[in-house]
Design a protein around this ligand. Structure first.
Ligand code: G1P
Length: 296
């Protein structure tokens, strides 16, 4: 029987140069959408999918991320003493139990494939998830949960997939589709950031369910696109060895929070989704849209 997926890898070693100077001292994953750090959205999504072990692949300068998941007894005691029980409850949902969370250092920035490989000993011989926290996905049923349910019916390697404009294909891993069954597509190839002639307009988004053979592929991987060890190449190798890879067209809206424009869009969308902010923010947005129209 296929093992249940209970472990997830969060590659968080990147320098976040696109958000300098903020990322000089704040890890990108701690930057907030409304009032929750990016990483919290990823953790919530993982938990909803049944993940109980969280593995962070970090690098120098990410200690704020480790602190974020620590319990804060002093703060909790103060909130309790002041009767701020709602805040206290909310804070507790961000705590991790001892032993649920592990940190591995990626000593050299050799690419996403290498970052995932760094966690191999903590995964062992079972299927696992990878979540890229830059990709924030708003969905009624969280994206990873959708994928885990699909995986139960169709075990194998699975990547989240989404149509993108052809001229943006050079920014993504792109799928060569064999059969399209709607939500689930079978794949005959994958190419990381194709400079030209992408095989389709279906792009990989940062959610993966992978089988442990991937680590063998990564062990022997040579450098791919951008001179980095690419996860896409290791997954594509599964196909050449006759194993299954699926693309999963998820339901939901993805925000590219690795880019400033995407981050701003996500801030507005998540702000509008919050009851206590919705009216004021919507009024303001109408106002500035009307103002800019009038100015034209
Ligand atoms: C990574 C993956 C790429 C994928 C993308 C999704 O690229 O390598 O295959 O399409 O995430 O966000 P990155 O954007 O980290 O360069």
């Amino acid at each position: 029987m296929q093992k249940k997926i209970t472990k997830a890898i969060f590659p968080v070693a990147g320098l976040g140069t696109r958000f300098l100077p903020a990322t000089k001292s704040v890890p990108k994953e701690i930057m907030t959408l409304v009032d929750r750090p990016l990483i919290q959205y990823a953790i919530d999504e993982a938990r909803a999918a049944g993940i109980t072990e969280f593995i962070f692949v970090t690098s120098r300068g990410k200690s704020a991320l480790e602190d974020y998941f620590d319990h804060s007894p002093q703060l909790e005691a103060e909130l309790e003493a002041k009767g701020k029980l709602e805040l206290l409850e909310m804070l507790k949902t961000t705590n991790m139990d001892s032993g649920q969370i592990a940190y591995i250092r990626q000593h050299k920035a050799l690419g996403l494939g290498h970052a995932v490989w760094c966690a191999r000993r903590l995964i062992g011989d079972e299927p696992f998830a990878v979540i890229l926290p830059d990709d924030v996905i708003a969905a009624e049923k969280p994206c990873l949960q959708q994928m885990v349910e699909a995986f139960e019916q169709a075990p194998g390697n699975m990547v989240a997939a989404m149509e993108v404009p052809m001229d943006k294909a050079k920014n993504y891993g792109m799928l060569d589709v064999a059969e399209d069954h709607g939500n689930l597509v079978t794949i005959r190839g994958m190419v990381e950031k194709p400079k030209e002639n992408p095989p389709s307009n279906l792009a990989v988004i940062g959610r993966y369910l992978l089988t442990p053979q991937i680590f063998d592929n990564l062990s022997s991987s040579s450098k791919g696109a951008g001179g980095e060890i690419q996860l896409t190449d290791a997954i594509a190798q599964e196909l050449t060895e006759g194993r299954k890879v699926y693309g999963y067209r998820f339901q939901g809206q993805r925000f590219d929070c690795g880019s400033k424009a995407g981050f701003l869009q996500a801030t507005v969308a998540f702000g509008l989704a919050r009851e206590e902010l919705r009216d004021e923010l919507a009024d303001y947005l109408h106002e500035i849209v009307n103002f800019s129209k009038a100015a034209q």
